[in-house]
Design a protein around this ligand. Structure first.
Ligand code: BES
Ligand code: MN
Ligand code: ZN
Length: 484
């Protein structure tokens, strides 16, 4: 879908009018439509949409809910609903009318409308041989006298990379192996002058002592990869700052020897969604030319049961020399992240954010909307949470405290990877990661809830599977770092 801005709606495009409660005033560009809309019983209920004919024009009226409570997600929902109705019926170009009377800055309306349209039009059925039944919408024009092309361009770039992240998350594990994940990252680097890609294979991991990543990955016929992308802008706004983006890249998580139940296990192809998000965010940062030095590290491995698998009771040595007693092979994410965090710090990352589908307990706690954020630095956590909230990737702060360390103290090694007590699971997982995060600000985002949907969320991210969570948050964070 091409995205454009214009002062008036193009000939032939279906006009999309977002109606709040109360509906008046309508957007300037919709003057004359008011009576006609009223005669069609259009609803202002949030997320509803209806296609009507007004003379020789088609109009989709979509609901925003209460005007006084308007938030960006209401615009996202409305845009997604409108384009869904259009795609289900006649298809063709669409024109979204901006509304300066709404209590939301126009720049935010533009961003939300484009994200809602692009993310809401995502087709997860890439593996269907029959193609999509939906009618194409080749172009979306954002219409208003104050419509700003750079705002729209930026939102379009970020939304497109978010959908690429979803493609990676949804890709089956027989297609997206650690090696092919690395190939996708290398292809991304080829597209941008500022980006380079480096891939470590098992022999190199061995030399660097990455025993935790190797321990998880070597049970599979698809051996692990450590993927590093570097974005080095020609002129960095803060040359001393290197943003480290670290992602959990488990291409499939069976639980290993501690085998998971079969029901919904297919969803564990999405256990690389943190890795997908950091790679796709790097694409967005590069395409937008953000002047922030970025080092992206993905620990890619497949956690399966096989003759070479690690087992409960094994002791693995991570690349910072710490020994880890394995008490549960299903707590594999923190193991691969351990070596990835050490590598990111080693390679010069000054400010780190990691994203991981780390604990089922986080998804039970916060559900499918919010991710939980942990950090070793209050300011850094606040910046990450603020970037999330501003971007539509909802994030909520969680506590860390050294007292949780007792959950991962081992009688045999420096620490263990899992506690038999089912208390505070997301928190002690974060305490585990802290040991490997080194000096300097680090934040951990547990995205187990919002990254990959078992059931539709019923909003603009209505598709099951990957949501691309984190691409918008990280791009927002990078642009804030560049401008402060
Ligand atoms: N990938 C899972 C976490 C997960 C579960 C993400 C469900 C998304 C949906 C992770 O590797 C895992 O298995 N975690 C265990 C941790 C436990 C053994 C401490 C879990 O959540 O049960
Ligand atoms: Mn697991
Ligand atoms: Zn996992």
């Amino acid at each position: 879908m091409d995205i454009e801005v214009a002062a008036g709606s193009p000939e032939g495009a279906t006009i999309v009018v977002a109606v709040a409660d109360p509906p008046e005033p309508l957007p300037a560009a919709a003057v004359g439509l008011a009576d006609l809309l009223a005669s069609h019983d259009v609803s202002s209920d949030r997320g509803t949409a209806r296609l009507v004919r007004l003379g020789d024009r088609r109009v989709v009226a979509t609901g925003l809910g209460p005007r006084a409570e308007l938030e960006p997600d209401a615009i996202r929902d409305a845009a997604a609903a409108a384009l869904r109705v259009l795609g289900d019926t006649v298809g063709g170009d669409a024109a979204w009318l901006l509304d300066e009377s709404l209590p939301l800055p126009v720049a935010e309306q533009i961003r939300a409308a484009i994200e809602g349209a692009v993310l809401g039009s995502y087709d997860p059925g890439a593996w269907k041989t029959s193609g999509s039944r939906r009618r194409p919408i080749p172009r979306l024009t954002v219409v208003g006298s104050s419509a700003n092309a750079p705002d729209a361009e930026r939102a379009a770039v970020v939304a497109a990379w978010t959908n690429r992240s979803r493609d990676l998350s949804n890709a089956p594990a027989n297609e997206l192996t650690p090696a092919s994940f690395a190939d996708r990252a290398a292809e991304l680097a080829d597209r941008f002058d500022t980006v380079t890609c480096e891939v470590l294979e098992p022999d190199e991991m061995e030399r660097r002592g990455m025993g935790a990543l190797l321990g998880v990955g070597m049970g599979s016929h698809n051996p692990p990869r450590l993927i590093a992308l570097r974005h080095e802008p020609r002129e960095a706004a803060r040359p001393e700052l290197v943003l480290g983006l670290v992602g959990k890249g488990i291409t499939f998580d069976t639980g290993g020897v501690a085998l998971k139940p079969a029901t919904y296990m297919e969803e564990m192809r999405g256990d690389m969604s943190g890795g997908a998000a950091v790679v796709a965010a790097t694409g967005a940062i590069a395409e937008l030319g953000l002047p922030v030095r970025t080092l992206t590290v993905v620990a890619a491995a497949e956690n399966v049961m096989g003759g070479g698998s690690f087992r409960p009771g094994d002791v693995l040595t991570a690349s910072n020399g710490k020994t880890i007693e394995i008490t549960n092979t299903d707590a594999e994410g923190r193991l691969v992240l351990a070596d990835a965090l050490v590598y990111a710090r080693d390679q010069g990352a000054t400010h780190i954010v990691d994203l991981a589908t780390l604990t089922g307990a986080m998804s039970r706690a916060l559900g499918d909307l919010y991710a939980g954020v942990f950090a070793n630095d209050d300011d850094w956590r606040a910046e990450v949470v603020a970037a999330g909230e501003a971007s539509g990737d909802h994030a909520w702060p969680w506590p860390m405290h050294p007292r949780y360390r007792r959950f991962i103290e081992s009688d045999f090694a420096d620490l263990k990877n899992h506690s038999i007590r089912s208390q505070g699971i997301p928190v002690y997982a974060a305490e585990f990661l802290r040991v490997f995060a080194g000096e300097g600000p680090w934040a951990h985002i547990d995205i187990a809830g919002p990254a990959f949907l078992t059931w539709s969320r019923g909003d603009y991210l209505w598709q099951r599977g990957g949501t691309g969570y984190g691409v918008r948050l990280l791009t927002e964070l990078a642009s804030r770092l560049a401008s402060r």
